[in-house]
Design a protein around this ligand. Sequence first.
Ligand code: AOF
Ligand code: ZN
Length: 350
Amino acid sequence: MTTSEAERLAMQRALAIAATPGVPMGPNPRVGCVLLAPDGSTIAEGFHRGAGTPHAEAAALAEAGDAARGATAVVTLEPCNHTGRTGPCSEALLAAGVRRVVFAQPDANPVAVGGAGRLREGGVEVVGGVMIEEAQALNRAWTFAIARRRPFVTWKFATTLDGRSAAADGTSRWVSSRAARLDTHRLRALCDTMLVGTGTVLVDDPELTVRDEVDEPVTDQPLRAVMGLRDLPADRRVLNDRAETVHLRTRDPHEALARLHELDRQHVFLEGGPQLAGAFLTAGLVDEVVTYVAPMLLGSGASAVADLGVATIADAVHLHVTDVTVLRGHDGEDTNVRLTMRPTTLPRRT
Ligand code: AOF
Ligand code: ZN
């Protein structure tokens, strides 16, 4: 079945409103919906504003009222078929008399699945897969977490040009520039979980919150997760009341991610030290790498990542660069390069 030009334009609009800024980070995907009259004009639109609020379809139907009868609903995600925090959109669309539904991404969420089938049973024409890549990109971590049953992992680290995260005496402050640190806070805010090991908490005592340029309190803080078997002393900054914290008493990356998945977490920002990074890489649990490279040489000092068991060049772990950005400081001295990459090979298991 084909879609009209008006429906494709409506899908573009639905994707744009789904991404409206200001929606709190949460377990739910971002979804947009546009209702079209038979002549292709827009009757109403709606988007999802976060867990517990009406779904995009419900928001658009509420705005349309009786005008929804005979309309086409253009939605970025397959309408849900479940009663969760709100009611099933499949039933709401049927009750409103919508004649046709065009959606982008199928909903693989086991609790919500089945909307397209239910709508077809009810006599509605349904077309799926329209602009599916754009819809998946909009909810990259959600899509990943539903499909893989674990959160997407971004490993971030700062390094000198010679791959070191600290000098020989352990000092590491200001390996990354001010611009790189601000950029890190921006990326942290896009994730729902910060993850480090107990070692990092004991040695560096990071707060692991998102701060903006003027250090104003950010209300929607990611969860702080600390993994490892050692206890966390009560005076550690990660235990302050600026954000929620969980201690995952395991050293196994698979187990830590399974726990975070149970907690409805979809995007982990891994900021631990070389050991934790090595454990996640070796387990094949790093999905994206963000590195800030400082134009600085140390010649000695800790490596940014622990031994991966690579003894010969043929065993090197390869990454594919997806973005290179120069983060310029005010004076030109303080400039870092940010590399965004995805691993293409794993360390060879010995
Ligand atoms: C949304 N917004 O516009 C649509 C969703 O937590 P609940 O009960 O609201 O259900 C969330 C699930 O519903 C979500 O994971 C997705 O599978 C489906 N559709 N969710 O948050 C929406 N259409
Ligand atoms: Zn719904």
